[in-house]
Ligand binder design. Structure first.
Ligand code: IVH
Length: 706
């Protein structure tokens, strides 16, 4: 097989020159098609975008306009047709003229050595195992292999006749698959027309898959739209290909790698598998660059090890590597056993997903007080280690995935990432499965667990006394912008906490030079300096003191607002949520957070101890203020705003007293919609709720602030 490589390269690097300013719409449409496919190729096959998105969009729209005005010019290969055609009611069966086989699997080094020996013997290169020591193989005798990745997607057969894609079929049982041509035409990495001189018939085999980053984006979109998310990129790819409406498939970010050949007519087969891959690349197919030609078992094992080392950094999932005898004539000589070729082997990596049973769900407290539910699992070997715990992230995640104690679940561990429960196997739920209930008290310190409105994470409110948060809260307390205790850094705090010397910030004021000097890397002088710094910190300001308490959502600015508003600490301590909402810049989430902090008797106790230890500040009279201008108004944010993050927009709204809710109802006053706004926008329009863009929201904020 010889594709016209030179032609292909010329195509890729420069637009056809003939029709830049064409006389006819037909010529212009031709030029646009070539130009757009050239950019598709650059972007989706070479991963090297050649023009800005806006320019691409302009070319695309121009072509759409010409085709709309001149329907007779429309061709099935036009890039505009990649958006998906008419839905079908079922996929037709396709009989594969050359069967699509599966691969034999190997797991150990011994499996690979045995595979190489079988190949060598089959090709008459080596004596039987008993008589031939492996080190007697000469380099010339060693079998040559093409090594590539085993992509974790779906096998696909693409049939081209005279260079045009005429059929795409799934593997099915290997003999008969399903016709998914309409869906596959939407995959931009799949050429609709081959580059160079194409053979009469060529069936290209490869894998449809999804890049991980695209998978993550897709799942985020699905979640935002309230639709079901996918377990992994492979399932997402499979689900996308199985859509009966190709317009849905077109919105799924599928990709493709070519790795083999089915039927071929009108041109000779290449000599080797490596040449075949080169030829496929020249036709315009994406061929994975992670490939090599090696000799003998050692070469195979080296490739496996090298790929294994970078597996987690690859932008797509693989479940192993594939070895193929390189010379196609040798492949033919070796032939097949049952459904698998003798000339190829899939050398698998440890699975990154396995099923096991959730024996219990407990919660852990992080350094910031975040409460994370953790599944206690029946031990399972996954991603190369035995896993007994997996994070469930938060309560909503447990509800969304519907994980019960007793469930059989799929656990994923990829690389160094913390193992996680990706999905439940619903049909294996036992009758006595129990739902998870978030505890009301922190398992470490017994303080209340709070979950602020609009937040996914529940937290322990015992910030000042909770052992899990001790180090963090002391460092926060001592920092320059808070109590400004110079010399109280991480190393000292670690020792003070670990040796049980300091439990709360109030304990700092009991420290003497002798205790501190006994710590690692502390001399008398530095101990004396630290005691002096602690001493000096007793004299502070109310806003620094409030900030130092480490109340969630109370940063320096809010601490200042609170100090100014209440004037005296006792006024703040006596404030309820309604009173807190009157403070400039304090919205419902912040008010709730402060109220929860103050409702925790342990926290109040530490505040009293600090005052008793002599921490003091000048107090003043409370400032009078008008109620917040947007009090009582409810907003819902959806989609991506052009300049503000979701969090920033929310803060701005709440600062003026507005409430920001998660879902649209009749009670919603405004919906603020950005790009890719989903179902919330639809609902707002259906309910007649006013919709603002970012600019309109900012204008409203300016107006309200006066
Ligand atoms: S070659 C005659 N090469 O693995 C050999 N398959 O168990 C036919 N796969 O269904 C397959 N990456 O979906 C081959 N580089 C690769 C592959 C690959 C993934 C999948 C393919 C097939 C399965 C075989």
């Amino acid at each position: 097989m010889t594709a016209d490589k030179k032609g292909a390269q010329a195509n890729a690097s420069a637009p056809a020159t003939h029709a830049r300013d064409p006389a006819t719409p037909a010529a212009r449409a031709d030029w646009l098609r070539e130009e757009i496919e050239r950019h598709n190729y650059q972007y989706y096959v070479l991963d090297a975008p050649s023009i800005p998105d806006a320019e691409y969009d302009a070319l695309f729209r121009e072509l759409q306009d010409i085709e709309a005005a001149h329907p007779e010019l429309l061709t099935p290969e036009s890039p505009t047709q990649r958006v998906g055609g008419q839905p079908v009611s079922a996929f037709a069966a396709v009989r594969h003229r050359v069967p699509m086989l599966s691969l034999g699997n190997g797991f150990t080094d011994e499996d690979v050595v045995a595979f190489d020996r079988r190949c060598a013997q089959g090709l008459g290169r080596a004596a039987p195992a008993q008589t031939q020591a492996p080190d007697l193989f000469s380099a010339a005798e060693a079998v040559e292999y093409a090594c590539e990745l085993k992509f974790d997607g779906l096998a696909m057969s693409l049939r081209y006749e005279n260079g045009r894609l005429v059929q795409a079929a799934t593997r099915g049982d290997g003999e008969t698959g399903e016709d998914v041509t309409a869906n596959v035409r939407t995959i931009k990495a799949v050429p609709l027309k081959l580059k160079g001189r194409a053979p009469e018939v060529i069936e290209v085999r490869g894998e449809v898959f999804m890049y991980r980053r695209e998978f993550d984006k897709l799942n985020a979109r699905q979640a935002e739209a309230g639709e079901k998310t996918f377990v992994n990129p492979r399932n997402a790819a499979a689900g996308s290909l199985r859509q009966l409406d190709p317009r849905l498939t077109a919105r799924r970010p599928l990709s493709f790698f070519a790795y083999g050949l089915g039927e071929l007519q009108g041109v000779d087969r290449p000599a080797t598998h490596a040449d075949l891959l080169e030829g496929l690349a020249a036709y315009g197919f994406p061929v994975c660059a992670e490939r090599a030609v090696v000799r003998g078992a050692q070469g195979l094992l080296d490739f496996h090890r090298a790929v294994g080392a970078k597996r987690d950094r690859l932008p797509y999932d693989i479940d192993g590597v594939v070895y193929k005898v390189n010379a196609l004539a040798d492949q033919e000589r070796l032939g097949f056993v049952s459904r698998a070729p003798r000339f190829a082997l899939a050398h698998k990596f440890p699975a990154q997903e396995m099923t096991t049973v959730v024996e219990d769900i407990e919660v852990q407290v992080g350094r910031t007080g975040a409460i994370t539910p953790v599944a206690r699992l029946a031990p399972v070997f996954v991603g190369g280690v035995t896993v007994t715990n997996a994070t469930l992230h938060n309560e909503d995640e447990i509800r969304r995935k519907d994980v019960h104690i007793g469930d059989t679940v799929i656990v994923r561990r990829a690389g160094d990432v913390i193992p996680e429960v990706v999905a439940v196997v619903p049909e294996r739920r036992p009758a006595d499965a129990r739902a998870f209930v978030m505890p009301v008290a922190c398992p470490v310190c017994g303080s209340h667990i709070e979950r602020l409105e609009d937040e996914a994470i529940a937290r322990c409110t015992g910030g000042l006394i909770c052992a899990a948060q001790r180090k963090q809260s002391l460092l926060h307390f001592a920092q320059r912008r808070a109590m400004d205790i110079e010399g109280l850094g991480e190393k000292v705090v670690d020792q003070l906490v670990e040796q049980g010397i300091v439990r709360t910030p109030a304990d700092l004021y009991k420290l003497g030079v002798a205790k501190l000097a006994a710590l690692d890397r502390m001399a008398d002088k530095s101990a004396a300096n630290l005691v002096a710094a602690i001493e000096a910190s007793r004299e502070t300001t109310l806003n620094r003191f409030i900030f130092a308490l480490g109340i969630r959502h109370v940063g320096e600015a809010t601490a200042k607002d609170l100090a100014r508003h209440f004037g005296k600490l006792d006024n703040l301590m006596a404030a309820d949520e309604a009173a807190l909402l009157e403070v400039n810049d304090v919205g419902p989430v912040v008010a709730q957070s402060i109220a929860n902090f103050l409702a925790e008797p342990h926290n109040v106790e530490v505040v009293e101890q600090l005052r008793a230890a002599g921490v003091h500040w000048p107090e003043s009279e409370p400032a009078a203020r008008a109620p917040a201008p947007l009090a009582g108004k409810t907003f819902v944010l959806t989609g991506t705003l052009p300049t503000l993050s979701r969090e920033e927009a929310k803060e701005k709204l709440e600062a003026l007293g507005a409430k920001v809710a998660g879902s649209v109802s009749k009670k919603t006053d405004y919906v603020v919609a950005g790009e890719e706004a989903g179902s919330k926008l639809d609902k707002a329009l259906a309910l007649g709720v006013p919709v603002l863009d970012e600019a309109a929201m900012l204008a409203l904020l300016r107006e309200s602030a006066g």
